[in-house]
Design a protein around this ligand. Structure first.
Ligand code: ASP
Ligand code: MG
Length: 406
């Protein structure tokens, strides 16, 4: 007997028919003799609708605490409905909200972090043979206020719960077949990745692959927990995410269209200009990722390009216009609608020629790179939004991801 956490996303729980399909998957695991804890999202679109409705009432988002109560209600609806379906099928099941199950968080409403993720009572209920259906996305502060974990956060609930109840497996049921080598809507030859290490999945997720929340992967990695991403609607192996799989070089291409670019020219050398700028950005809570630094035509000066998230576009411009920073450069140009494209794979750290392949394939596709960043497992470039499709296709081909052996 294993203990399993099964998480169902919004499209998997969109209506009663979908809930019956989810219940079928749950019944299969229960019949196989497993203990099952389920985590549900809200029905597709509901969280957005609730958010839009609140935005009209409270445009400045002044009531973050009450907003969390509203936002997390879709998950509650699904938990109750799914339990009804399971009971009608003859199973013992009950719903758990975040606060009932003991999912304690900090009080950062809208982006709360979990501190604990399941009470003894919750585990006892599983031991008694009940199916436990938990509302994803939701927690509670020590003071008893309901919190949410950030958009897409029920993945985080599922992994945290799995770790807390020492589950053997956490299966994420979704509307795609698993994790692909690239977005199949851009690259028709993209393949399902059967096995992926958690550190690669983390790079994929934090660089734009939407299939899993990056914090959920981070947690799975820290807790050494195996995940499986699989389709609710189609039979198939899905993608297994587990550490210690080193049998491939490059796993996939990820992209994210929410970048903004800042170019500064005419920075004086030797006065710590870059350091001062990044120190101020850090104080303002602005993260920059991709970066390029080069000499200006006047060799006593240099130019700097970096990327921030689109959300930070306004704040970054404002920050750089401050007196003490505006004196450090000659011109500033800031552009939204930029994208980050990344190649992810374990082989990037040990194989020669990977950077060459990355740059030459983008160059031959006529793609202009404004800045780059690399990590052990990833090479990323800042490009314009219009170039994303071409770049994804060029890299997918250059790294032979359309072929079976990597
Ligand atoms: N319902 C929440 C959202 O749409 C949480 C989730 O689906 O994971 O963001
Ligand atoms: Mg999701």
């Amino acid at each position: 007997m294993a203990r399993i956490v099964m998480k169902f996303g919004g499209t998997s729980t969109a209506d009663n028919d979908c809930l019956r399909i989810c219940a079928g998957h749950i019944a299969r695991e229960v019949k196989a003799g497993h203990q099952v804890a389920v985590v549900v999202s809200a029905p597709a679109g509901m969280t957005n609708e609730l958010g839009a409705r609140m935005a009209k009432l409270d445009p400045d988002h002044q009531h973050k605490d009450e907003s969390d109560l509203v936002l997390s209600s879709g998950e509650q609806i699904n938990a109750g409905l799914l339990v009804m379906v399971l009971r009608q099928m003859g199973y013992k099941a009950r719903s758990w909200t975040g606060w009932q199950a003991g999912l304690i968080t900090d009080d950062n409403h809208g982006q709360a972090r979990l501190k604990t993720a399941a009470s003894q009572q919750f585990c006892d209920d599983l031991d008694r043979g009940n199916i436990a259906v938990l509302t994803g996305f939701q927690g509670v502060t020590i003071a008893g206020k309901i919190t949410t974990l950030g958009r897409g956060g029920s993945d985080v609930s599922a992994v945290a719960l799995a770790a807390a109840i020492a589950a053997d497996r956490c299966d994420i049921y979704t509307d795609v077949d698993g994790v692909f080598t690239a977005d199949p809507s851009i690259v028709p030859e993209a393949r399902l990745i059967p096995r992926l290490s958690a550190s690669e999945m983390l790079e994929m997720a934090s660089n734009g692959a939407k299939v899993l929340h990056s914090r959920a992967v981070e947690l799975a990695l820290a807790e050494n927990l195996d995940l499986r991403v699989t389709s609710t609607f189609k039979e198939g192996p899905g993608t297994e995410i587990s550490e210690g799989l080193e049998d491939h070089l490059v796993s996939g291409i990820a992209y994210s269209r929410d970048q903004s670019r800042v170019s500064l020219t005419g920075l004086k050398r030797g006065i710590g200009a870059a350091q001062k700028i990044f120190a101020e950005l850090a104080v303002a809570g602005i993260n920059s990722d991709l970066l390029a630094l080069g000499p200006a035509s006047d060799l006593t000066m240099f130019n700097l390009v970096f990327a921030t998230s689109r959300q930070d576009h306004g704040p970054v411009v404002e920050c750089l216009r401050q007196r003490q920073l505006a004196d450090l450069y000659k011109t500033m140009d800031a552009k939204e609608n930029m994208a980050r494209i990344s190649v992810v794979g374990l082989g990037l750290r040990s194989q020669y020629g990977m950077a060459d392949r990355f740059f030459s394939s983008l160059a031959s596709a006529g793609i202009i790179i404004d800045a780059v960043a690399t990590s052990e497992l990833r090479i990323s470039a800042l490009i314009t939004n219009e170039q994303v499709e071409n770049a994804v296709r060029a890299l997918h081909f250059a790294f032979a991801l359309d072929r079976n052996s990597k």
